[in-house]
Design a protein around this ligand. Structure first.
Ligand SMILES: [Zn+2]
Length: 78
């Protein structure tokens, strides 16, 4: 899983930190991407950008010790 590489329009399998690999215009960097969306195009290298999962990081709303706090504020916990 950790070595799986994704490209734009692929569905994001898990929320977490992804390493972004651009095509020739920028060094690798890391971003957080949430499950439920698709990997985006890069404004510079378009479909040539690649994403590799570094580590998963579930949203705090899904954590068992924080979901109740979220509910008290009126948010819907999943
Ligand atoms: Zn790029």
């Amino acid at each position: 899983m950790a070595d799986e590489v994704f490209q734009p329009a692929d569905p994001v399998p898990e929320s977490g930190v992804y390493q972004v690999q651009h095509y020739r215009h920028r060094l690798y960097h890391e971003v957080t991407i949430l499950h439920g969306s698709a990997f985006p195009l890069c404004s510079e290298c378009g479909t040539n950008v690649r994403f590799r999962l570094v580590r998963t990081a579930p949203p705090i709303e899904l954590d068992r010790n924080f979901s109740n706090v979220s509910r008290m504020k009126g948010h819907v916990a999943r």
